[in-house]
Design a protein around this ligand. Structure first.
Ligand code: 5GP
Ligand code: ZN
Length: 110
């Protein structure tokens, strides 16, 4: 399959892995938008979150919680972002969750 993130979790393309279990893989974003910027993916290939079941999403969020508990983010706070579709900025079409934190981030509000 010609998918960047499938190649990354399969080890065909190098990445800075921070977490892996049977279903989920997580690695540093190559172009970080915050001091901490990790990408969490489910190993099931699907273009965006619409293709993930609630079980899959639960597995990803359980992985995020497990990872966060090993870092300062649990106390300092974090943001999870999932872009779905090109109009909102999705550029890699293997569903992924951005975990952002490690510094004060600009809010969404006006
Ligand atoms: P999206 O824009 O689809 O929500 O997020 C895709 C993310 O993947 C971007 O933040 C981008 O920096 C990251 N990215 C793109 N190519 C690579 C790569 O080859 N390796 C890593 N680690 N991240 C990548
Ligand atoms: Zn994929």
């Amino acid at each position: 399959m010609d998918c960047l993130f499938c190649k990354i979790f399969q080890g065909h393309i190098p990445s800075k892995k921070v977490y892996e279990d049977d279903n989920v893989f997580a690695f540093h974003d190559i172009s970080p938008m915050a001091k901490t910027h990790i990408l969490f993916i489910h190993k099931k290939h699907t273009a965006n979150v619409n293709g993930l079941s609630t079980i899959h999403v639960g597995q990803v969020f359980t992985a995020i919680k497990t990872y966060v508990a090993t870092t300062d983010l649990e106390k300092s706070g974090f943001r999870i972002v999932t872009n779905t579709g090109p109009d909102v900025g999705q550029t890699v079409f293997h569903a992924h969750f951005h975990l952002l934190g490690g510094e004060k981030l600009k809010g969404f509000g006006a």
